[in-house]
Design a protein around this ligand. Sequence first.
Ligand code: NAD
Length: 418
Amino acid sequence: MADQGGERSAQADMKVSFDLVAERIGISDGMRKLLIEPWRELRVALPVRMDDGHVEVFVGYRVQHNAARGPYKGGVRFHPHANADEVRALAMLMTWKTALVDVPFGGAKGGVMVDPHQLSAAELNRLTRRYTNNIQHLIGPHRDIPAPDLGSNAQTMAWMMDAYGQTNGYAPAVVTGKPVEIGGSLGREAATGRGAMYVLQAAASDLGIDLQNCRIVLQGLGNVGSWFARIAHEKGARVVAVADHLGGVYNDSLLDIPALVEYSKAHGSVAGFPGGTQLDPEQIFMVESDVAVPAAIENVINESNASKIQTRLVLEAANHPVTPEADAILKERNIPVLPDILVNAGGVVVSYFEWTQNLQQYSWTETQVNEALKERMLRAYNAVQSLVKSSDRTLREAAYEIGVERVAKAAEVRGFVV
Ligand code: NAD
């Protein structure tokens, strides 16, 4: 599968963290190769008839990185940059994430190189069905279970479940993050943002940050960002600035988050929201804060802005928002970074609950889901924090170490390397 586009290699960035951990925990060369190589990759061409009658051909991927601990699991991203390199990197991240929060899955990722905002609902439906048909021999309730990610949502999962079911029979457990009406779990939509908030609450108490009086800046008000902002707002934290791909808004006294979320849904962006001052979205992390929360895309905190960020803590709600170079600068500046594989793992935790509910045909209450989510997030946070306290590791190094070690152990006891 050839790499395409992209200014830097996301996969190479992931390898930096992996190599450091592999060296530290002393895993063999053979095991290293087994853990770094994706086990299976598929590239598909996706012809779609557009509403005006012409045919467009999109490119999609499914990368299955590692299944030592269980069936492959990972989102499907609809984004123009969802190329082979990015999807591979995100698949690897899923492997360490599922291990860190101890859900019985491996890691995978899917992507379609498309800007979903440019397609009608009917075109997106046709594209999603074509993608599902073309990868259906790789997925299944006990093989590989997709979920929503950047640019996709519960509706996308409903179309995927339906398309898969047309040839394979009724199988709601083939995807998670579905609408509740067709077997989705209560609490799944909010799970990633809620999980990030559980991690923030635990970390704030460890770092002496008072959430009642703290200032938060946020990039991204999609699924993850909007739920994180709503829950933070409910808990009394002050989200003072929010930016997305089209604009930004700032209000130091009181940004009305519920109103901003409604506005952004109606207008497709926070740009123009009347309840604050307009902000250049590029400047979001320059706004002084206690907690900076990237919840949109990758590489947004990088070499060019890491030395200027005015914050006390970075909470990686998005996947890979901080580059390795920025990580080093933030470490130097004593700004802790709570890593993506911990912070945004709430989505895959509740996806696991959804999958088990589908297999058992028994549904949980929202309270049960949220309590079980909290318990798993805190267990993972505490494991990371105790490794940090007993060593000189950063939070990211500790999180990776726990994840990688668990996957290596599973591969070893299964006898892959003989
Ligand atoms: P989404 O599509 O629902 O929302 C994305 C948000 O990011 C939107 O507000 C959009 O305007 C903004 N955005 C897009 N490009 C931007 C840019 N160039 N600059 C600034 N803002 C930009 O996506 P999501 O599901 O909320 O996912 C966000 C991140 O969280 C991704 O990194 C994703 O991989 C990660 N994630 C999502 C889930 C989940 O359950 N949805 C789980 C784990 C991790």
